[in-house]
Ligand binder design. Structure first.
Ligand code: SF4
Length: 708
């Protein structure tokens, strides 16, 4: 008998912001294989270990949410119900809360894992129908400091760079990014470029000796949270030595004199002492940065997840502007998005601090544009609740009903003890999830089973602003449904209750219609993608924005003409005074705790945690500690240790390694309640946030470590 030929479906990997193209092989209702798409411009056929395990993760329905469930009262067990009952119940309970307490008494907490079409419908539901800006996302935990940095410096969100710059850069700075693990396919592209030209220099800025640092020419092993001092000290050195690009500064920027005054006292000696590094290394890094024909900075959570993450972004951008390392091939500040569609969420305005298509809530003209487009009277001008404040408001009773979509805040939020208390205090909790065994699902009054990767149709936007199609290879199991469908069905029912007789806001029958509406709303904006639709993505492949109507292709780099998106057209320097981490170490909590990723795991392991081979690299959770610190405390590798902070505690096995410096400990962020008798490392993280981006300081806590 001849073996059946598998169907091939072109799609996009669901993990990181690299956005690799994949070809899914399937037979019947089963995904049988996944390989890299040789035609996709992000990866040209390459996949990392996570992408290669996609088929294995998709083959299991263990742990999947397969049917809607409802509990009649707190304390009762959830019971299966039909979809109509679940949808009607959510619509009625939300409408009742809104009618009684106003629109800001409900909130939505969504996800950078959602497709753009899902995100768009949820944002319209919250801001257009309900009239609240209380919609935030786990992307707040991931890249909101990068957004704020770009907007303040350039006048608009979005990286000025593209993946082609990876091959064109002559000096590469990895700042707060273990790119070898977190964005491996792009790292492979860098490795190939350096193999072809060994004169390319790499500099890593990281407290840990990561695999990225191990292959760099210079490793600046700074104290946790001191990045701003480093960048300001480098700038001071370049100004003093006359190595800045006065021509570029004069032509295309503003605010340099103020910045110059602000960094006057941050000499290389002072900066090096704050950072705990050699002063000569700081000077060398600065000289390489300025002198290179093209310097590219690649940065991620080490800059963003900080109580002064915006300043960290701005201080690095200051260096690029001061040296003219921007707006040409191979040069620029390039924030790597962690999640597969954090960029798409930013496009549709699916956060509490923004409106659709990079518009601002505080701008009356922007609100009027979106309201007119959606056919609603007005949009709320009240600022929405960002992630940490949102759960605080739930705990305090100001938000009575919360709808959590495709994310696991009882693992990923800082101070998860506080999040548990909030969900216990809420009047009504809806969890929309593909998986029924996450740490958050036990708090659900209603569980709505969602389709997931391999089953969904839509688009995602990767780190270089490139929109790729996500296509279904198989149907969802059980009664699971696409996220946009669930949002639209409940939206229709809520509209009938809250605004009866008004023109339908959610008329969608398929994902393509949602994309078309989203693209039309971007017309005339900096991210204009009005020339993009599913047909173009089908025939011409993934496309970068901006791509206005009439264009044949998108724009690879932004600001090449030296004009920025600010009112003056000039990029803005910002003074970035160094501030220490929010939770200072002390005699009681003497260790800096920092967190990060493992090579083969993804986020809360909903998918990768079901694949055996994903555990071969790191088979069990651990706290990494320098051997000298362990010896001083009489701790031995392999034994259990209790990690305590002011917020909470957890127990992990100890691993001793020189990869962490003395005084710092490290734990991976993935392990959660499925693997531990705690929610994971965020039991001990603190809820301090950046004052402008509202991003929490997940990268640092002050802890003590004792034998368990
Ligand atoms: Fe997926 Fe990211 Fe790996 Fe590419 S690099 S295969 S997008 S996890």
């Amino acid at each position: 008998r001849r073996a059946a030929t598998p169907r091939l479906t072109a799609s996009t990997c669901c993990y990181c912001g690299v956005g690799c193209g994949v070809l899914i092989e399937s037979e019947g209702d089963r995904i049988t294989g996944v390989r890299g798409d040789p035609d996709h411009p992000a990866n040209f056929g390459r996949l990392c270990s996570k992408g290669l395990a996609l088929a294995a993760s998709a083959q299991s329905t263990v742990g999947r949410a397969l049917r809607p469930e409802l509990r009649p009262s707190r304390g009762a067990l959830r019971r299966p119900v039909d979809w109509d009952t679940a949808l009607d119940t959510v619509a009625r309970r939300f409408a009742d809360v809104i009618s009684e307490h106003g629109p800001d008494a409900v909130a939505f907490y969504v996800s950078g894992q959602l497709l753009t079409e899902d995100y768009y419908v949820f944002n319209k539901l919250a801001k257009g129908l309900v009239g609240t800006n209380n919609i935030d996302t786990n992307s707040r935990l991931c890249m909101s400091s990068a957004v704020t940095g770009y907007k303040l410096a350039f006048g608009a969100d979005g990286p000025p760079t593209c993946y082609d710059d990876l091959e064109r850069a002559r000096t590469v700075f990895f700042a707060g990014s273990n790119m070898a693990y977190a964005h491996p396919v792009l790292f492979r592209r860098l490795e190939a470029a350096r193999a072809a030209d060994p004169s390319i220099r790499w500099v890593t800025i990281d407290p840990r000796h990561t695999d990225t640092a191990a292959v760099s020419d210079l490793h600046l092993r700074i104290q946790p949270g001191t990045d701003v001092a480093l960048f300001d000290g480098m700038l001071h050195h370049l100004i003093w030595e006359g190595r800045i690009d006065a021509g570029y500064i004069g032509r295309g920027t503003e605010g340099f004199d103020d910045l110059k005054r602000a960094v006057r006292d941050m000499t290389p000696a002072v900066a090096a002492s704050i950072c705990g590094i050699d002063e000569e290394d700081l000077r060398t890094a600065a000289d390489w940065f300025a002198a290179s024909p093209a310097t590219l900075s690649l940065y991620c959570m080490g800059l963003n997840q900080s109580s002064h993450g915006t300043d960290k972004n701005l201080a690095l951008i200051n260096l690029h502007l001061a040296t003219g390392q921007l707006g040409r091939p191979g040069a620029g500040p390039f924030s790597l998005t962690g999640q597969p569609n954090a960029m798409g969420g930013r496009e549709v305005g699916g956060m509490a601090t923004m409106l659709a298509a990079h518009r601002d809530i505080g701008n009356a003209a922007h609100r009027a544009e979106v309201a007119a487009f959606w056919g609603v009277e007005t949009l709320s001008e009240r600022p929405g609740l960002t992630a940490v404040d949102l759960f605080d408001a739930v705990a305090g009773g100001r938000v009575k009903a919360v709808w959590i979509v495709c994310t696991n805040p009882v693992h990923s939020m800082p101070d998860i003890g506080a999040v548990r208390q909030a969900l216990q205090a809420a009047e009504f909790v809806v969890v929309q999830e593909a998986f029924a065994d996450t740490d958050t699902v036990p708090y659900a009054d209603v569980l709505l089973p969602a389709a997931t990767w391999g089953e969904k149709n839509g688009t995602v936007t990767n780190s270089e602003r490139r929109v790729s199609r996500v296509r279904p290879a198989v149907g969802p199991p059980g009664q699971a449904r696409p996220d946009w469908w669930i949002a639209a069905e409940i939206g229709r029912r809520m509209q009938a209750r809250l605004r009866p007789g008004t023109p339908p806001l959610f008329p969608y029958r398929e994902a393509g219609a949602i994309f078309d509406e989203h693209a039309a709303l971007t017309r005339g904006r900096d991210l204009d993608m009005s020339g993009m639709d599913y047909r173009l993505l089908e025939t011409a492949g993934p496309q970068q924005w901006p791509l206005p109507a009439g264009s044949l292709h998108g724009q690879a780099r932004r600001y090449e003409d030296g004009r920025f998106a600010t009112a003056s057209g000039r990029a803005r320097f910002h003074a970035t005074p160094y501030r220490p981490v929010a939770a200072a170490t002390s005699a009681r909590y003497p260790f800096h705790l920092t967190t990060g990723r493992l090579r083969d795991q993804w986020h809360g392991m909903s998918r990768t945690g079901r694949v055996v081979q994903a555990f071969s690299h790191a088979p069990e959770p651990a706290l990494d500690m320098n051997p000298r610190d362990a010896a001083r405390r009489g701790l031995r590798a392999g034994e259990l240790v209790r990690i305590r902070s002011r917020e909470g505690e957890l127990v992990l096995p100890l691993n001793t390694t020189d990869d962490v410096p003395s005084g710092t400990v490290f734990a991976a962020m993935h392990w959660n309640g499925r693997f531990l008798n705690s929610g994971g490392i965020n039991e001990v993280s603190n809820a301090a946030v950046d004052a402008r981006s509202f991003q929490p300081e997940l990268k640092h806590a002050a802890v003590r470590v004792d034998k368990a």
